[in-house]
Write a protein that binds this ligand. Structure first.
Ligand SMILES: [Zn+2]
Length: 110
């Protein structure tokens, strides 16, 4: 049981690192895009870039949301409340946590 939780924590930390590096790359790309947009006189290419930019924004927002959830889960690991249902306070089954590591509810409350 405890080994399983350690494995879960490690995979959360790995995902966190991954998301943080993706988000950093995206920030860089976004700066590149907006720079090109201002200078560009070709409306067509500007439109494509705008589209890429807004898609990037959506992906970025979903990455950011996941990252927030991971950080909340890691905070709970620290507090010793990770794997406790936020609604009824019961322990969430390890199989459920392995399937959905970021869940905050047990199977009955979800
Ligand atoms: Zn519950």
């Amino acid at each position: 049981m405890e080994m399983d939780k350690v494995a879960l924590e490690n995979s959360l930390l790995q995902k966190k690192d991954q998301l943080e590096s993706y988000l950093k790359e995206m920030d860089y790309e976004e700066i590149q895009f907006s720079g090109v947009m201002i200078d560009s006189e070709e409306i067509a290419s500007a439109a494509i870039k705008f589209e890429r930019n807004s898609r990037l924004f959506i992906v970025k927002r979903s990455f950011q949301e996941t990252l927030d959830k991971i950080n909340r889960s890691l905070q709970k690991v620290k507090n010793g409340t990770y794997g406790t249902c936020e609604s009824c306070g019961k322990t969430i089954g390890i199989e459920r946590l392995q399937a959905i590591p970021l869940t905050i509810f047990c199977i009955n409350c979800s």
